[in-house]
Write a protein of this length. Structure first.
Ligand SMILES: Nc1ncnc2c1ncn2[C@@H]1O[C@H](COP(=O)(O)O)[C@@H](OP(=O)(O)O)[C@H]1O
Ligand SMILES: [Mg+2]
Ligand SMILES: [Mg+2]
Ligand SMILES: [Mg+2]
Length: 323
């Protein structure tokens, strides 16, 4: 089955397994207790922590994928990594079985047509806070993100959530083939009966709260929940929240590629706050300078775009320049 599978099937099938291995690495670093945190931010910027778990998880993902796919263009968040022993990776049979639903376009994708965007640990600030405050509940917000872009747009994505219940879960999607690992909420306000909007916990700013206030006034946000990680916020949108709003710069392509693929496969939409597509070519600037707006399948994305004040949209390039 593996040998007959097309390139995209084999890449996603391997990515599902390697995301789970990376999740295991994150858990073992946490269990060891010494996170060896460094701050990647430059003077005057908000703190941008990196732990030994981020470094080891990225090494594992990049090394394993390159072993199978030597020509693959992989762009990971971390510049510095920590070596971990080589592991023989398997592949997900569920992914292999999905190939029957592929379009001819998907079947024709070759190794040098794609860019893989890797966030080895999304929610690092929450990891640091969980340790500092001895609050293990925050770890639910950690995800491993592997996004696959073809012709500059997401075509498949893997979100592994290592601390979901006891053994974690992996959510993945390939364009046109549905979402696996979660059942997306389909109705208005499910499960709370109102429109809950999620936003950043650790990167709040005037422009973020300005956008949220505007959405509240228009009846598009009944309440706001502040949680960590782009991966976790999109999972919340898949499971009943109306939208994820981040009207600021600082969130990067590796934060959004995988989650956009998964959300789009569920019928939702992710764009910048002005409604423009986010591009994922290898040469693109890493920062999502137009902010991030993700909406559930059951809300109208354009209503959210239109409700965010133009003055905030216009100010984003200046915020981006400072990041
Ligand atoms: N101003 C900023 N500087 C650096 N990273 C930022 C940022 N704003 C958002 N991010 C990154 O975007 C992701 C989601 O952020 P948030 O939880 O605030 O919504 C996090 O990814 P990582 O945890 O992978 O670094 C976070 O670091
Ligand atoms: Mg991230
Ligand atoms: Mg990260
Ligand atoms: Mg980071």
């Amino acid at each position: 089955m593996w040998n007959r599978a097309c390139f995209l099937t084999r890449l996603v099938a391997s990515s599902v397994r390697v995301s789970e291995t990376a999740g295991g690495i994150i858990k073992s670093v946490m269990a060891g207790g010494d996170l060896k945190i460094v701050d990647k931010s430059e003077f005057g910027e908000p703190s941008d922590p990196q732990t030994e778990a981020d470094r080891r998880a990225q090494f594992c993902i990049v090394q394993s994928l390159q072993k199978h796919f030597s020509q693959l263009n992989i762009i990971g968040e971390e510049d510095i990594t920590s070596a971990v022993p080589d592991v023989e990776l398997g592949y997900s049979l569920d992914v292999l079985r999905t190939e029957a639903q592929f379009s001819d376009d998907l079947r024709a994708i070759k190794e040098d047509d794609v860019v893989v965007w890797v966030d080895p640990l999304d929610g690092t600030s929450e990891v640091a806070l969980a340790v500092k405050n001895k609050n293990a509940a925050l770890l639910e917000q950690v995800t491993v993100l592997i996004g696959i872009a073809y012709k500059g747009r997401p075509v498949a994505g893997v979100i592994h959530q290592p601390y979901f219940q006891e053994s974690g879960r992996t959510i993945w999607a390939i364009q046109g083939c549905g979402v696996h690992g979660v059942t997306p909420a389909t109705g208005l306000g499910a499960p709370t009966g109102s429109k809950v909007v999620v936003t950043t916990r650790s990167h709040l700013s005037e422009s973020v709260t300005g956008a949220l206030d505007a959405l509240k006034q228009r009846g598009l946000a009944d309440s706001v929940e502040k949680v960590g990680g782009a991966g976790y916020k999109v999972l919340k949108v898949l499971e009943g929240c109306a939208a994820y709003v981040f009207a600021s710069a600082g969130c990067k392509k590796w934060d959004t590629c995988a989650v956009e693929a998964v959300l789009a496969a569920a019928g939702g939409r992710l764009s910048d706050v002005s409604g423009r597509d986010i591009r994922y070519e290898p040469s693109v600037q890493k920062n999502n300078t137009g902010g991030v707006l993700a909406t559930a399948p059951w809300v109208t994305h354009q209503e959210y775009v239109d409700s965010i004040p133009q003055s905030l949209k216009n100010a984003l390039p200046e915020i981006a320049a400072k990041n």
